[in-house]
Design a protein around this ligand. Structure first.
Ligand code: AMP
Length: 113
């Protein structure tokens, strides 16, 4: 764990969050500044800085499966939803602990800004 990392501290519970799902390696919690009626972040508990830093792609698959399960649990599947992974600066990443955004409950626009 990187002790100064915000999402590491959320993963341990040191910083509170509204959790919606948890497994041995991953946790999902509501974004503090939601950009849609449903906005959940899915993260690995262990520190991984970005998608490009994942060493074990079984973790990538587990994160994506949790994002899908969150979308199902939030009732987003029929209307549709979006999963986003902002990666590094031009990708819009601001917190350097890998996270998947699960966004839904409104019509998404394309292209993204
Ligand atoms: P990104 O810009 O892709 O790195 O996304 C970082 C996300 O983390 C943003 O959507 C923030 O609103 C969210 N965020 C920052 N601090 C917290 C927090 N303490 N709890 C939940 N979400 C947070």
């Amino acid at each position: 764990m990187a002790s100064e990392c915000l999402f590491c501290r959320i993963a341990t519970g040191e910083i509170p969050s509204a959790r919606v799902a948890e497994s041995a390696r991953c946790v999902a919690f509501r974004d503090v500044s939601p950009q849609a009626p449903v906005h959940v972040l899915v993260i690995p508990k262990a520190h991984v800085s970005s998608l490009d830093d994942v060493a074990d792609d079984s973790l990538t698959a587990e994160l994506l499966a949790m994002a899908r399960d969150v979308a199902r649990a939030e009732g987003l599947v029929d209307r549709g939803y979006r999963v986003v992974i902002n990666t590094n600066v031009e990708g819009g990443q601001t917190v350097f602990h890998l996270h998947l955004h699960v966004l839904g409950g409104r019509r998404m626009q394309w292209p993204p800004g």
